[in-house]
Design a protein around this ligand. Structure first.
Ligand SMILES: Cc1cc2nc3c(=O)[nH]c(=O)nc-3n(C[C@H](O)[C@H](O)[C@H](O)COP(=O)(O)OP(=O)(O)OC[C@H]3O[C@@H](n4cnc5c(N)ncnc54)[C@H](O)[C@@H]3O)c2cc1C
Length: 389
């Protein structure tokens, strides 16, 4: 791994940053506060090839990797207009379908996911399972050549914008009768599939939803990939999710830091700008260092993830993706909090819009996997400590 990005990656970074600057945080906030979506930005990012940069070229993607997709999201978020659905649609769903989907599923979904004309949400979290995915209770039963899905999901992002949701359900193993994970592409207009928004305190154009699957009947080919490979397929999507959540968090942190730095350079209440006081300058310098460190870990994770296709170790990629998400969330929370503090009263005004990032940055400590579950993972897998739960 090189610590200097290639010319191609730098060009992608500056093109994505340029697109982000044209929309910016004003646009994001206006849409969020008026119940709008980021449709124009999403569409333009799709036309520029940014949304499918990680997907195969034969389906209209860019043929690059998750590293490149993370560059796009980081730069959009750093401009104040991160696209949350990039974490889900091209990163989780696109990766899983590109690696494990049948030819027909790839033809059905990948061109749309790559251009952004189709959106697929991702539903794993359940009200009674939460962080414990062993407790998932959404069950898929075979009925002739159909699948019948029943269950509930919660906090699922962007279902109102999506054509389908990739649902993590469970099927009975014909030999043992035990339930094992399986993934299904469920169209949002399927009979028996309903959803309603969860009222959140987030300033965000994307909403979260409670889903009800009431004996949803699906054709056989709604099962993504192989029934025997469900768990492996699921993990293939979770590392990209963590890396993209890191990109969003780091970008958001960079946006907040930039806002704070330009404010404290100008604002003068004694004889010098407040940025000259070390009580203001040092915490911002710390935030800068922490964001850089988190970004380095994210880049390592993305590099390892992209190397899996060439035989790289999935376990190392998983460890790095978890560590990157932890570091990115912590750095992002600190960055936004310190930005609010640096702006004083203006940190809490609608005009400056920094406080609007508080809940958003806080989200990355909880989703897609909580800080505590990452610490559990590292304690058990990296340190070999016993499990307490
Ligand atoms: C804005 C937002 C968007 C989301 N989008 C999606 C989406 O698109 N798709 C989707 O499937 N899900 C989504 N989620 C759900 C998210 O992944 C979950 O909220 C998250 O995994 C935590 O689950 P939970 O909320 O049920 O918390 P719980 O599992 O109830 O945990 C509550 C607290 O207890 C801690 N805890 C639990 N178990 C342990 C343990 N063993 N050791 C130590 N601490 C523990 C947790 O770390 C957490 O702090 C989203 C959530 C949010 C907030």
């Amino acid at each position: 791994m090189s610590f200097t990005e290639s010319d191609e990656r730098r060009a992608l970074r500056s093109a994505a940053a340029e697109l982000g600057r044209r929309y910016g945080h004003e646009y994001y906030l206006t849409q969020a506060r008026n119940g709008g979506k980021l449709t124009e930005l999403w569409r333009e990012a799709g036309q520029l090839g940014f949304l499918g940069v990680n997907l195969p070229e034969r389906y209209g993607g860019g043929g690059a990797g998750l590293y490149e997709l993370a560059i796009v999201l980081e730069e959009l978020a750093a401009a104040g207009c991160g696209l949350l659905m990039m974490v889900v649609s091209p990163a989780i769903c696109g990766t899983i379908i590109a690696r494990f989907g049948t030819d027909a599923q790839q033809q059905r979904w990948l061109p749309g996911l790559a251009s952004g004309s189709a959106i697929m949400a991702f539903g794993i979290t359940e009200p009674d399972a939460g962080s414990n995915s062993h407790r998932l209770a959404t069950v898929a039963e075979r009925d002739g050549d159909q699948w019948v899905l029943s269950g509930r999901k919660v906090f699922i992002s962007g279902v109102d914008e999506a054509d389908a949701v990739m649902i993590v359900g469970r099927t009975a193993d014909a030999r043992t009768g035990r339930l094992r994970p399986a993934l299904f592409a469920v169209p949002t207009d399927a009979t028996g599939f309903t959803f309603r928004p969860v009222e959140m305190e987030l300033v965000s154009p994307e909403q979260q939803f409670l889903l009800f699957l009431d004996e949803v009947r699906l054709p056989a080919d709604a099962l993504v990939g192989e029934p025997d490979a469900g768990l492996m397929q699921l993990f293939a999507g979770l590392n990209p999710e963590r890396i993209m959540a890191s990109a969003m968090a780091i970008g958001t942190g960079r946006y907040a830091l930039d806002k704070a730095v330009s404010y404290v350079r100008e604002r003068t209440v004694w004889d010098v700008p407040i940025g000259a006081h070390q009580g203001i300058a040092h915490p911002l310098a710390q935030v800068k260092i922490e964001l850089e460190l988190a970004r380095l870990m994210m880049q390592k994770a993305a590099t390892l993830q992209d190397g899996i296709a060439d035989g790289g170790a999935a376990q190392a990629a998983g460890e790095a993706a978890n560590m990157a998400k932890y570091a990115a969330a912590e750095a992002s929370v600190r960055a936004v909090d310190q930005a609010v503090q640096s702006l004083g009263g203006n940190g809490l005004t609608k005009e400056y819009g920094v406080a609007a990032l508080l809940a958003l940055s806080r989200t990355t400590r909880i989703a897609p996997v909580s800080r505590e579950m990452i610490l559990n993972f590292v304690a058990q897998n990296s340190l070999g400590l016993p499990k307490s739960y």
